[in-house]
Design a protein around this ligand. Sequence first.
Ligand code: UGA
Length: 447
Amino acid sequence: MPAEQRPVGVIGVGYVGLVTAICLAHLGHRVVCLDVDEVKIDGLRQGRIPIYEPGLDELMAGARERLVFTISYDELCDRCGVLFVAVDTPPSPSGDADLSRVERVVREVGRRGGDHLLVMKSTVPVGTGDRVMAELEALGVTGIGYASNPEFLREGAAVDDVLRPDRLVIGAYDERAGDAVEALWSGLETEVVRTTVPTAEMIKYASNAFLATKISFINEIANVCEHVGADVRTVAVGMGLDHRIGPSFLQAGIGYGGSCFPKDVQALKQLAGNSGYHFQLLNAVIEVNHLQKRRVVAKLQERVGRLRAKRIALLGLTFKPNTDDLREAASIVLASRLRAEGAKVTAYDPMVPPGSRPDLFPGVTLVTAALDAVEGADAVILVTEWPEFGLLDWSVVRDRMRGRHVIDGRNYLDAAAVTAAGFSYDGIGTVTDTLGDETSLAAGERS
Ligand code: UGA
């Protein structure tokens, strides 16, 4: 049977792999998903999704009969032609992406031979496709093709990003391989960029690095705004109306986190360095992002003085709302800095129950409601813009607290309501005096 008509394989059911698999099944394909984690596969067989992603349960339920979960490479390779590779590529100690899991996949598929097309979904350094082809050749394997089809999904909006993408990027070594990948996604209406494998690999890194640069840029503008009395929210609105700039990813805050931007920016910097090029701009992007988390502590000290024995409440811990992901979350550094200054830290996040992750938040008391977190607190820091924090009644919060300080690390709260309740309010690069107008304008432009 031609590769295109057999079930599609997805190797690695982490974030990208699972969403890709379920979306492919939703589009009508039969999909065989493989992971080396038996517990995860067992759970999925029973319909348990190991990640929190809005809309994914419903989609999986609707496509259940087209999805098979396995830990067997034999089963996968026997049944499938096209094999999406979605294993993780964590940073290695040198800052390069660790490709050991990708290499394992190539070995497992390579030694079984047969007619397969490996389609790389994982974010891999430019040159990985060439390396894989060379490895297959060294193993004496013929008949296995390779294409790059990078993923641009965001956590929390993953289903929508896969089913309604801005573009589909396909890099291939030959026309037939590229056509096979494009055919799998033919149910989507979007622009398709067909190119070489290294160019497709670079599009992924360059996109993430550019978005991270946009965030660090607006964060620096915010920091300057604080010195000159301008308001970054309106600056972002004014900038974003220029179609060459666009309004997205101009929300100043306490920096970007997550499993992608920090890792990918570092990996691109490293990749450039390995080929003899010093990528200066990315160094600044990374440094600004590190400092942005620490600036919040300085801001807090200006308001409450020494932090020793002060009670600080953190609202939100995940790296952004609508996810349970804590990887590289700003909250981890922030909580640790506060503890190092001797503060007593209490935190609430709807996705992080008490008792979880003592490795990430040692000495931090996790509670089950925002109002419990602020009990007796001297100051509150909003870390993640979960919608429920926008609905807080600040006069009730005030009555629970000891102090009267709010630091809004995401410029998310209604500053007028917070100040009306008797709090001092500090955003990131915001002007407190003109809050009414500035807030409503900026809120209307949130993307
Ligand atoms: C990011 C990219 O947006 C996706 O296109 C890409 O596919 C993904 O990485 C990946 O490579 O897998 P994600 O990490 O899920 O997606 O999250 P984003 O929504 O991009 O947010 C990243 C971080 O930037 C968050 O901490 C967020 O709070 C922060 N951010 C975002 C800002 O501080 N300001 C903004 O204006 C936007």
